[in-house]
Design a protein around this ligand. Structure first.
Ligand SMILES: Cc1ncc(COP(=O)(O)O)c(C=O)c1O
Length: 377
């Protein structure tokens, strides 16, 4: 064991670096391309509402002050917007920070934590880091969550059940009846962390938020959402949790760094909520484009998962890394999935119409539509 290994938590050895992909400038300079379709991180290409951008230009006068540690104005606005108690709301430097806060607050070594697989990697990474034994519930051949396996797993005591609905990277979801079944079957001592990062895109599907079916006598839950996706504010880092009780929120506050959400992010998120027409308009367009993208990929013979998110997950039937690399050279950034068993899949975010068209043209140039599929690696 070397000197560094002696001081690091042993659980770090089980964590893979986060696959954040290349940024716009990196791709431009590395591959000499000027037109880029950035379709790797499920962002809203239209950005935030114009009112948010206008206010941000004037926001610099208070930058010498620490931000409000409780994001009070944002909490009041969000409480009215969602019709939930402001006392039950917690804010994070992105919802990913809230996942970390929750794991640091509740997970102990050897705890049983249940999640879905493939998954947003941080759902299991932060739990693993705290020493949890993570149990993954996989997909059926139809790329849907294996509901029976999930129900069987959650029926037994576990410290935490954490999953996204709709699920990232697949886009599949538990319908209202299935979600209710999971909530009713979950052991009462298990904390349910329901990650609704893609909630705003899903509302037109056979979908409900966990908020509508949580049980009044069980307060062991937290719903996570984010301003990074539909609200167009990924660069400012602000997400929130709706906690089952004020006491749970207060407990989580103990492991939150006091000034975790910066002042500009608080202002932008508040204004975004007050001007939600923009978000609604963008999500309606993205949903339309997503359904078109799914149809077009399926028509080309790719196995494509049903999605209620702003992304589509599909199988290129060969190692997806080289395909993604070839796309990069043409200026199209997608996410080749790297988790075991899914490394022939690509997750493509839904961008502007122009970006989506470029992606399909670049994909066709690399894997011509008339070539025979499936092709072995
Ligand atoms: C399911 C899910 N949860 C949480 C996040 C984190 O979002 P943020 O930290 O930007 O709020 C993401 C981002 O891709 C996600 O896909």
């Amino acid at each position: 064991m070397n000197q560094l290994e002696k001081i690091l938590r042993p659980t770090l050895a089980h964590i893979h670096p986060y696959n954040s992909g290349l940024g716009l400038d990196e791709v431009k300079s590395k591959y000499g391309v000027t037109e880029i379709a950035k379709l790797a991180s499920n962002e809203n290409p239209a950005g935030p509402a114009p009112q948010v951008l206008a206010a941000l230009k004037l926001a610099s006068s208070d930058l010498f002050l620490y931000p409000d540690a409780n994001s009070a104005q944002l909490a009041t606005t969000l409480s009215d917007y969602l019709d939930v108690e402001a006392d039950n709301l917690i804010f994070g430097n992105g919802s990913e920070e809230l996942i970390s806060i929750i794991c640091r607050s509740v997970v102990q070594p050897e705890d049983r934590v249940i999640t879905l697989y493939p998954s947003f990697p941080l759902h299991e990474d932060y739990a693993t880091l705290m020493g949890a034994k993570v149990e993954r519930i996989g997909l059926t051949d139809a790329l849907e969550t294996d509901l029976n396996a999930l129900l069987e797993a959650v029926n037994k005591p576990a410290k935490m059940l954490i999953f996204a609905n709709p699920m990232n990277p697949v886009g599949t979801w538990l319908n209202p009846q299935q979600l209710k079944q999971v909530i009713e079957t979950k052991h009462p001592d298990t904390l349910l962390v329901l990650d609704e990062a893609y909630y705003e895109y899903a509302v037109k599907g056979d979908y409900v938020s966990g908020l509508t079916c949580l049980m009044p006598d069980d307060q062991n839950w937290i719903i996570l959402r984010t301003f990074s996706k539909a609200w167009g504010l990924a660069g400012l880092r602000v997400g929130y949790g709706i906690c089952g009780s004020k006491q749970l929120r207060q407990a989580l506050d103990l492991t939150r760094t006091p000034f975790n959400v910066n002042a500009v992010a608080q202002l932008a998120a508040t204004l975004a909520l007050q001007n939600d027409d923009h978000m609604r308009h963008c999500t309606a367009e993205t949903v339309r484009q997503r359904d078109l993208m799914s149809q077009k990929l399926s028509a080309r013979g790719y196995k494509t998962a049903s999605s209620l998110g702003n992304f589509v997950f599909f199988d290129v039937n060969r190692s997806s890394m080289p395909v993604a690399d070839s796309l990069l050279k043409r200026g199209t950034i997608v996410k080749p999935w790297k988790q075991d068993g899914y490394d022939t899949y690509i997750r493509v975010s839904i961008g502007s119409e122009q970006e989506n068209t470029k992606f399909l043209a670049d994909l066709d140039a690399i894997l011509p539509p008339d070539h025979k599929r499936p092709v072995s690696a």
